[in-house]
Design a binder for this molecule. Structure first.
Ligand code: 3H9
Length: 695
């Protein structure tokens, strides 16, 4: 049977070469191969040292994540690392690309480590809801001390080679072929008669204030438990002998392996990658993407232009008047200045982007050569149609015409042009050069290669792209409007906006819905309420207390007053007492007796509303798969990653329980809580949302 670990001999050195594309994950076959190759090296007469190298783009990217949740297969990784370390040979790891998780743990099992200047190392297990489980929490702090190890493990941060050298994590940096530089290093060590140097033999790290560190990391994790658990594992490295520390690490690792958070985060890991792979686009080539047009230089247009410039493309931005041209240039320049300050781009790149790569003009004629144009003007159908008419007249044949609308009918926009098959929705999230999500909205007549071009653009911009169908709000904003409504109903019935915000940040959201509304601007919701008023169903419950605040010109953070009061220069706000008065007045008018809600009630209603609407969105084909909804909420709406997304959350709760809750809520408000047919179907057939992802 072929093994992914090749064995060869270079004089008195055995070379163990791991070749398991794409990233040399430590599958069972690789673990077995490494173990066998170590046995062979030790039995090979005259061999004094073993050199471990990786083929392809990484040394080793870590344990094979696809094996998690399945029955364990021998040899296990901690034993393998211990076995490597215990070898009588001098063992050296020669690292390139990334050495992550179990990959770094294998290298820490070696006696010496050499790396390419471009190599990066890290222990990213917390991003999977885990801690390092093959000695990383015990060996790393023995080399770096507790504080640096805790910082690396609890953030999952990747460290570059020179920083790793400074931390004592690696011993040497050398550019060149990994095997050649590794062999030269081994020969040096052998010539100096350098001893085997097991990290486990080093003393454990000095004590720090473990409880305070644990509490601080727990708080920062906003509900995520693995980073704080890592602190306890490093504490064991300080307080226990090595072997007992390893047992403690194993115990904690296995405990985390059984958690819902681990399931949620691994769901997020794989689906973040799967979401852009659409079966319908297999073999469909995207159109070229060298020059991009942007219509409108407000916050959104300038953000889109910034993201596009940062991806190395040419941008032509159109504004209406000369002063708006200057303002747009200023906004884009400001965004790029931020990237320059953070070291994301060089001064040279900044100069090219702001001068050569960017044209801002009032003349639509300058768009004649662009490959794709994104309209980001006022959300009003007549304005959009006017813009698309102009684009239709000036853009070259084959140019993709995209709208950044967040809820308008892309079919209607497409129909206003002579080339509906070239029209698509590209819904960016503000600030567009920061937010990772892009909804690619496919209209009835959009050509497949135009869809492929939307996805190719997203990839070039480093975004997570989700395919959405046409409906009011597409995937994200449509679902948002429903769970926001559930929150509004709870306020009418007795929960305060502040209790709701707190319950949801405790659940893991970055911000609660009312703090978000203040940040986005209360005028947006006010306008939407007015827009929707004429078509409203008579049974729909819509609170109006906030309109009164808006009528007084209070729109949230930007005016200093909303659900919260904001003091200049201070982060966050304090509850606005006017809100309680306005709510109480509305409750009196409607004859509602406020009732108490527990935090659990709040989360349950909010999440059930989200899942129910999401199930309708999937059932209607607006989202093709539940995973598309999960990634939309994760990357565009601050949904806690450790739950994997609302559909994964629902699967974990049990869909029968979610449906039973919705049916119970419907007893008080049957119009709002109409169970999604798809949810009923899945419960009846005993399936999960995740089953639909596999189809
Ligand atoms: C661990 O090590 C636990 C131990 O402490 C203890 C154990 C007892 N396994 O991201 P890409 C796949 S936990 C399986 O598109 P890039 C990935 O799904 C692990 N598969 O490329 C994708 O597949 P597809 C700690 C993996 O160049 C393909 O490889 N390690 C794994 O943008 C290419 O990936 C981590 O958490 C894996 N470990 O980025 C590292 N890794 O083509 C996780 C990747 O079918 N990985 N795949 O979609 C990464 O961060 C990035 O993948 C990496 C490459 C930086 C390596």
């Amino acid at each position: 049977m072929s093994t992914p670990v090749a064995y060869s001999r270079q004089g008195d050195v055995a070379v163990l070469r791991i070749d398991n594309p794409p990233v040399n994950a430590l599958s069972q076959a690789v673990r077995q191969g490494l173990s066998d190759a170590m046995d062979r090296a030790e039995a090979d007469a005259g061999v004094k040292a073993a050199l471990i190298v990786g083929e392809g783009r990484a040394f080793i990217a870590g344990a094979d994540i696809t094996e998690f949740g399945k029955p364990p297969m021998q040899p296990n990784l901690p034993d393998l690392c211990t076995r490597i370390e215990a070898s009588p040979l001098v063992v050296v790891a020669s690292m390139h690309g990334v050495s992550l998780g179990g990959g770094l743990e294998v290298a820490l099992g070696a006696h010496y480590r050499i790396a390419q200047p471009s190599a990066r190392v890290g222990l990213p297990e917390v991003h999977l809801g885990l801690i390092p489980g093959a000695g990383g929490t015990q060996r790393l702090p023995r080399l770096t001390g507790a504080e640096k190890a805790i910082e690396m493990i609890t953030t999952g941060r990747q460290v570059g080679a020179s920083e790793a050298l400074g931390m004592g994590l690696i011993d040497k940096i050398e550019e060149g072929d990994t095997e050649a530089v590794g062999l030269a290093y081994v020969q040096d060590l052998l010539a100096q008669e350098a001893p085997r140097r097991p990290v486990s033999a080093l003393p454990g790290p000095d004590a720090i204030d473990w409880d305070a560190t644990y509490d601080a990391v727990l708080k920062k994790g906003r509900g995520q438990i693995s980073p704080a658990t890592a602190v306890r594992a490093v504490q064991a490295a300080s307080e226990l002998p090595f072997d007992a520390g390893m047992l403690r690490e194993r115990e904690l690792f296995i405990e985390l392996m059984g958690t819902d958070q681990r399931k949620g985060m691994i769901h997020a890991f794989f689906n973040e990658r799967a979401v852009g792979n659409l079966p319908e686009l297999k073999g469909v080539a995207p159109r070229p993407l060298k020059a991009i047009g942007v219509i409108g230089g407000g916050t959104m247009g300038a953000g889109i232009a910034t993201a596009t410039l940062l991806a190395g493309m040419q941008v032509v931005l159109i504004e209406m008047k000369d002063d708006a041209v200057e303002a747009a240039k200023g906004r884009i320049g400001g965004n790029l200045q931020g990237a320059l300050k953070r070291g994301k781009i060089s001064q040279d790149a900044f100069d090219t982007m702001t001068t050569k790569a960017l044209t801002v003009s009032t003349d639509y004629g300058t768009l004649k050569d662009v490959d794709l144009v994104i309209e980001a003007v006022f959300e009003e159908m007549s304005v959009k149609k006017d813009v698309f008419g102009k684009l239709d007249a000036v853009c070259k044949p084959g140019c993709v015409l995209a709208s950044n609308t967040s809820y308008l009918d892309v079919n209607e926009i497409a129909a206003s042009t002579s080339r509906p098959s070239d029209v698509i929705g590209l819904h960016f999230f503000s600030p567009a050069h920061v937010m990772k999500l892009l909804e690619v909205v496919v209209a009835d007549q959009t050509a497949p290669d135009v869809v492929a071009t939307g996805f190719a653009l997203a990839k070039a911009l480093g975004k997570v792209s989700v395919r959405a169908g046409v409906c009011d709000g597409f995937i994200g904003n449509r679902i948002l409007s429903v769970y926001r409504t559930a929150a509004d109903h709870m306020v009418l019935d007795g929960a305060t906006p502040y209790q709701i915000d707190n319950a949801l940040t405790d659940f893991g959201f970055a911000m609660g819905p009312f703090a978000v509304a203040d940040l986005a601007g209360l005028d947006i919701g006010w306008m939407t309420r007015k827009r929707k008023a004429p078509h409203r169903h008579p049974e729909e419950r819509v609170p109006t207390y906030l309109d009164k605040l808006c009528e007084q010109g209070h729109f949230g953070q930007k005016t200093g007053e909303g659900y919260y009061l904001y003091e200049k220069g201070k982060r966050g706000g304090v509850p606005n007492p006017k809100i309680a008065e306005l709510i109480a007045a509305e409750q009196r008018d409607l004859g509602i007796t406020p009732r108490p809600f527990t935090d659990e009630d709040i989360v349950r209603r909010y999440m059930c509303a989200m899942v129910n609407e999401a199930a309708k969105v999937v059932g209607e084909g607006i989202a093709r798969r539940p995973l598309d909804v999960d990634m939309t909420l994760l990357f565009g709406y601050g949904f806690p990653r450790f739950w994997g997304g609302p559909m994964k959350w629902a699967d974990i709760q049990g869909l029968d329980k979610v449906l039973a809750d919705i049916e119970a809520f419907a007893k008080d408000d049957a119009w709002f809580w109409q169970p999604a047919p798809l949810l009923r179907e899945l419960v009846a057939s005993g399936r999960t949302f995740d089953d639909l992802n596999k189809g």
